[in-house]
Ligand binder design. Sequence first.
Ligand code: SF4
Length: 207
Amino acid sequence: MGLDIVKLIYELSRDEYERHVREPNVYWVSDLVRCLLKRNYELIYPELRMREVFIPTLISGNLIHRGLQSVLKERFGGNVSVEVEASREVVLPTGDKVVIKGRADAIVSTDEGRVGIEIKTSRSDLNIPHEPHLEQVMIYNWLMDLNYSLLIYITPDRITQFTVLDRLTEADVVDRISSPTYPRYSWECNYCTYSVLCPYKKVVSSK
Ligand code: SF4
C-alpha cells in the first residue's frame, strides 16, 4: 500500500490519547468542569475511552489546535510556549492529597504579563462562550497564575475571542472534587460513552 495519510492522522490521534494517562490521584482540569463520574469510569474501563481516537470531530479539532499553535509560534517566537503543563497539590476535606493537572494550549508573554490561550472548536457559535469552557480557563488562571486568558472559538459561523479575567480559588477546586453532582449538566449523558452502564444517567425527554 502506498502513502497513507489517514493512517498518519489516526496515529496522531492515538498519540494525543496516550498523552492523557489516567492516574488515581490526579485530576485533570477538564475533569473539574464536567461530570466527575466519567473520570472514575475512565479509570475502570479505559478501553471504552479508546473510541475517542476515532471520532472525526475530535480529530479535526486537534488538527485545528496544532495549526493555530504553529501560527502562534511563527508570530510570537520565543514569547510563546505551547502545550504548557502545570500541576498543584491540594488537600481534600478527608485529608487526602490529590494533584490538579492542566495543559494550556499556549501561554504568551506580553507587556501585560502571561496570557493563556485556550482554543475551542465547535459546530456552531450558538451560546458561546460555554460555561464549562469559561470555568476551565478560570481554573488555568489559578493553576498557572496567569494574568488573564483568551478563550478562542473557531466555528463555521464565527471566529472570535473572549477575555477571561476571573479565576477560581483553591477552595472552589477542592469543592468540585469533594461535592460533585452527577451529571454536572443534564445534557452530558446524551454524549457520554459511559451512559451504557451508568446508574446516574439522566434521560432528557424530547417532549
Ligand atoms: S451517563 Fe451521565 S451521570 Fe453517568 S457518567 Fe455519563 S455524564 Fe455522568
